[in-house]
Ligand binder design. Structure first.
Ligand code: MLT
Length: 261
């Protein structure tokens, strides 16, 4: 991992390979390790940029966050590595929420979009209230609260136990302050539904058939609203498609990257 001071904190990121740039944004409360299975198949022809969002992985922690700040951090990473070309932006789940914000703020930096196991809508008032309560609980009791609540929902039925447990460990080890900040940032995030009709770059939508957190119905809604988008439903996968079905995910993404030029 490399680190650079970006905006107000230390950002950790990995850059692998050579070629057209692809910027990967992980979900909550995960890390850039989500994209590790993409390195071998895709790095020979692409430059893979994989940051840890603030408060997660190896990046610095701040008590508050927002979609706007996460998006600004990503722009900062591109500046830090001198990447001036527009990127294919791949956002998984909360990373998708950040991707919508990045698209709105830095349209010129986006060449194509890949929305992975995510949704365009924001939280209902009840869901937002639940997130704020969970944030308080995490600050009192630790990130294990979120790790234990999320682990059973993250994976499809056939996911191997060691894979599931390794991600429970990664989530549990994430800073409670970073987790709480992300929960509040998600509760406060804007509705991106109206952004869908404004997306004018090649767009791929990927979802696990058994995704219980952002189900295929959400992906179909986005697919219907983004003109010219492509939808891929990965059989036998839950919410964690890049690590549950890495070979299929890399094939689908690789074909899209070729077609998007
Ligand atoms: C994620 O996987 O990033 C989160 O579960 C998304 C969410 O809670 O809305």
């Amino acid at each position: 991992m490399k680190t650079s001071t970006i905006n107000d904190l230390r950002m950790a990121y990995r850059v692998e390979g050579n070629g057209e740039p692809v910027l990967f944004v992980h979900g909550f409360p995960l890390s850039s390790r989500l994209w590790e299975p993409m390195i071998e198949p895709l790095s020979p022809e692409h430059s893979l940029i994989m940051p840890d969002l603030r408060g997660m992985g190896g990046s610095g922690v701040t008590p508050t966050a927002s979609m706007e700040r996460y998006a600004a951090d990503l722009a900062g990473v591109l500046d830090a590595i001198g990447e001036k070309r527009p990127v294919t932006l791949v956002g998984m789940s909360m990373g998708g929420y950040v991707a919508f914000e990045f698209f709105r703020r830095y349209r010129g930096k986006v060449k194509a979009l890949v929305l992975v196991d995510t949704r365009a809508g924001n939280d209902t008032p009840e869901a937002a209230k639940g997130r704020r309560e969970t944030a308080k609980k995490v600050l009192d009791e630790g990130s294990v609260v979120v790790a234990n609540a999320m682990t059973p929902k993250l994976f499809g039925k056939a996911a191997p136990e060691p894979l599931v447990e390794s991600w429970r460990g990664i989530m549990s080890a994430t800073s409670p302050v970073g987790v709480a900040a992300a929960l509040v940032a998600m509760a406060d995030r804007p509705d991106s539904t109206t952004t869908l009709a404004k997306i004018d770059v090649p767009t791929l939508i990927i979802v696990g058939e058994e995704d219980a957190i952002t189900p295929p119905a959400e992906a179909r809604t986005m697919h219907a609203a983004v003109v010219g988008s492509k939808l891929e439903v990965i059989a036998g996968a839950g919410h964690m498609t890049p690590v549950e079905k890495p070979v299929e995910f890399a094939r689908i993404l690789g074909e899209f990257l070729k077609s998007a030029g």
